[in-house]
Design a protein around this ligand. Structure first.
Ligand code: PEP
Ligand code: MN
Length: 366
């Protein structure tokens, strides 16, 4: 199905039964045969855009950096032969000019580009006057303002169809155990809170980095209420020149899309049971804050004691003990280690600042 038959959900009403935006196609265009075979195998699915990277900004040198300009005609060929709308990544203004003059249907800005406001502005300037949907990945670090800033720069030149793509964040070092990218969902939720009308697409391929985990993350994304998914799909993933481990086959994508139907949630909460639950939560939150404030009062008194007795504020050995004790307690309450670690690190940081008399903060602007 071509994107032209369907309006883009640029200002989605959260009650309307919107179709999911589905972006699928290989990480990179490698040859005309590879993208055409992939596109032909996808053409019967409800694909909003067929993706293929032509210019690949790689983190380290020596990896496949894309076929470049040569691939533009391969993409337009895919478009005319299959009827699919096509998109690619732009990282430089010259990419934008080439893509616009060839009639490519949409573009995305990659995480590495979005991390650099000068690069984003140069791309925005090159896009001025064009009406082309632009998808903006989150930057490589969990910085909502940088992501939002990139969206605003593109909007400022008059582009109205702007979507955000959540692909997680580069970890400190690559691990074989966890996902390729750390999801840190709260960053995606914060962008949604700040920019509720920007469609939010999930990129399970780059988050998980593993073919067999892509479906599970697609399901999570639709259950969370994302507006679409971008799934790297290759006719022969094992031979892919980039991101071979995370690409699914068109057949696998077809199954994923079939299974996703049962997980789609669209209704806005309306019933009063939910309201009652929320009242209960609000009371608990109130208690939580009161207890934390009480804890801070005790921390302040300890701070005075340390000052009078010339004891340094930071007592790391004691903090390790606090962490261990609370993690043991929390396990009995079925609370995950990572959450408890983050919670007590946060509490300890405030206690420390209170003991340094640095607690008089400006109210946080929401
Ligand atoms: C991509 O989508 O192929 C890509 C390079 O993604 P990201 O910019 O999210 O790393
Ligand atoms: Mn990729």
């Amino acid at each position: 199905m071509s994107e032209h038959s369907e309006p883009l959900p640029s200002t989605p009403s959260r009650n309307a039964p919107l179709p999911l935006v589905i972006v699928a196609g290989p990480c990179s265009a490698e040859s005309p045969e590879q993208i055409l075979a992939t596109a032909e195998a996808l053409a019967h699915l409800p694909i909003t855009y067929f993706r293929a990277g032509l210019w690949k900004p790689r983190t380290r040198p020596g990896n496949f950096e894309g076929v470049g300009e040569e691939g533009i005609s391969w993409l337009t060929d895919v478009k005319s032969r299959t009827g699919l709308s096509v998109m690619t990544e732009v990282s430089l203004p010259e990419h934008v000019q080439k893509v616009l003059s060839a009639g490519i249907d949409a573009v995305w800005l990659g995480a590495r580009t979005v991390s650099n406001p000068f690069a984003v502005q140069a791309i925005a300037d090159a896009l001025k006057g064009a009406q082309i949907p632009v998808f903006i990945k989150n930057p490589i670090s969990p910085d909502v303002s940088l992501w939002r800033g990139a969206i605003e720069r593109i909007q400022q030149v008059g582009i109205t169809h702007v979507s955000a793509v959540f692909r997680g964040f580069s970890p400190i070092y690559a691990s074989k155990l966890g996902y390729r990218n750390t999801p840190s969902w709260s960053v995606a939720f914060e962008l949604r809170r700040q920019m509720p009308h920007i469609p939010l697409i999930c990129d399970p391929s780059h988050i998980t980095g593993r073919q067999y985990e892509v479906e599970g993350m697609c399901i999570e994304a639709v259950e969370l209420g994302f507006d679409g998914i971008m799934v790297e799909t290759h006719i022969s993933p094992r031979t892919a020149k980039s991101d071979a481990q995370q690409q699914v086959t068109p057949g696998q994508l077809s199954n994923i899309l079939c299974n996703l139907q049962t997980y789609r949630r669209q209704a806005q909460p309306q019933n009063s049971d939910l309201e009652n639950y929320r009242k209960l939560l609000s009371e608990i939150d109130d208690t939580l804050l009161t207890v934390i404030a009480k804890r801070m009062e005790v921390a302040r008194e300890i701070g005075n004691y340390k000052r009078v007795h010339h004891i340094p504020v930071l007592q790391l050995e004691h903090f390790s003990h606090v962490l261990e004790t609370n993690m043991i307690r929390a396990r009995k309450l079925n609370l995950p280690d990572e959450f408890v670690y983050n919670l007590f690190t946060c509490i300890h940081e405030l206690s420390t600042r209170i003991q340094l008399n640095e607690s008089k903060e400006q109210p946080h602007k929401l």
